[in-house]
Design a protein. Structure first.
Length: 437
């Protein structure tokens, strides 16, 4: 990987793309430290220091924003509204025929879906920004902080609207920066910004583990966490690269005087076909009852049960529900993102077949059978990786935002592998000499 980056910097056009990407990253990180108007920055910093290691319900969103959410900055919402909008549009593509038709139209349809995603991102940013401001005004953003109710000293409607507009505009700017990286930089812009947001929280999380450690002034715990992180990265790389290759043979066809087909290829089915989406779905769904309980008044029995069983990461009920939700959403997402019948019809249309399997319905049944078989280990792997923060909570007295948690490692490794592949592919294109010199 380091060799690929060194060769890329020696190539002039790739060097420009890498430097442009680094410049956008710097702008993004600067924006995560600019507070919005109407916020008492001193009170925010005091509450952040008191809540260090216990970010509660907002830990996942704070991780995706690079720590900007709890700082209530211009980029407080980060990339989460765009991620949510993209997932919603992807799910609606299966349900709404119009979106499915747009998806099949090629680049023009994809551009239209991207436009819908932008509109939905702005709408979600307004909704989430309003919720964040309301939470900060009520003091629930930092439960237990002595000055939590003083974070937003001015309760006027104009100040509230200004804060929401600033955060919505910040989300639009983040979306624009990501698209700039995609067009003029290296890799997928949104993925790069997500990678940077998560990586930015690593140093402080690792140092908090060192400070809270007791063995050799915390260095033994620190070294153990680093070693566990390296093992997890190796495991994730191994599983993310694993795939089941189904061979496909295309029959020869004569069109005029030319012969087409007769080639052999394969359909790559990844073991982790769903990626990190099931973990995000399960985490978001588990936040809903805890969020409802936090904002409800009184001491009802259902609120007590939720606060006892579904808010603590080391509770057996929480662990079981979280694991089962990840397994369920892994199968659910694979079912809606990969259509065996459509793949079988396309193969039949172009004269392709799987050796030993008849074309048409038997091919679709065979693909469904193989997909279900490899989704089981993929979903169990996702569940186990996602439970690493819970084990860290018990073993190292760390918080639930353990730096080498399942979501963060999956995203960082996935984005890193994809970016390196793109750099290597562009290097191969530029270093190809051809037959004639």
């Amino acid at each position: 990987m380091l060799t690929a980056f060194a060769r890329a910097f020696r190539t002039p056009d790739l060097r420009k793309k890498l430097l442009f990407t680094l410049a956008i990253i710097v702008v993004y990180r600067v924006g995560t430290h600019i507070p919005i108007p109407g916020v008492d920055y001193t009170s925010v910093q005091r509450c952040v220091d008191e809540a260090s290691g216990n970010q509660g319900l907002f830990g996942l969103v704070n991780m995706f924003s690079g720590g900007a959410l709890l700082q209530i900055t211009v980029f407080a919402l980060g990339i989460m509204p765009y991620i949510t909008a993209s997932i919603i549009l992807q799910l609606l593509t299966v349900v709404i025929p119009r979106l499915e038709a747009l998806k099949k139209e090629g680049s023009a349809g994809t551009a239209k879906i991207t436009q819908y995603t932008r509109y939905l991102t702005v709408a979600l940013a307004i909704l989430q920004g309003t919720g964040l401001v309301a939470t900060a005004r009520s003091g629930a953003l930092f439960s237990g902080c002595t000055v939590a109710s003083q974070i937003v000293p001015d309760r006027a409607i104009f100040t509230t609207v200004t804060m929401v507009i600033c955060m919505t505009a910040g989300t639009a700017v983040v979306m624009w920066l990501g698209e700039l990286i995609t067009d003029r930089g290296i890799g997928n812009g949104m993925s790069i910004l997500m990678f940077i947001s998560i990586a930015a929280t690593f140093p402080s999380a690792l140092w908090s583990i060192k400070k809270s450690g007791t063995l050799a002034d915390g260095w033994i715990e620190f070294g153990t966490v680093i070693a566990v992180g390296l093992v997890m990265v190796a495991l994730v790389v191994f599983v993310e690269q694993a795939q089941r290759r189904i061979p496909v043979q295309y029959a020869k066809r004569m069109i005029g005087r030319r012969s087409y087909g007769g080639t052999s290829t394969y359909i790559p089915l990844k073991v982790n076909q769903a990626g990190v989406i099931p973990v995000i779905f399960a985490s978001s769904l588990l936040y809903i009852p805890a969020l409802v309980a936090q904002f409800s008044s009184g001491t009802s029995s259902w609120k007590t049960w939720i606060e006892t069983n579904l808010t603590k990461g080391d509770h057996p009920i929480y662990i079981s529900v979280y694991f089962l939700l990840i397994v369920f959403f892994a199968f659910f997402y694979v079912a809606i993102s990969f259509n065996p019948e459509e793949v079988a019809d396309n193969m039949k249309k172009y004269g392709g077949f799987i050796p030993g399997i008849r074309a048409g319905r038997p091919t679709a049944e065979y693909l469904s059978y193989v997909l279900n078989r490899i989704t089981w280990p993929g979903s169990l792997y996702l569940g186990l990786i996602a439970l690493v923060p819970t084990m860290a909570l018990v073993g190292f007295n760390a918080n639930q935002n353990f730096p080498f948690g399942g979501t963060s490692i999956l995203i960082i490794v996935g984005v890193g592998l994809e970016t390196v592949k793109q750099i290597e592919s562009q290097l191969q294109q530029r270093n190809y000499e051809g037959f004639l010199r």
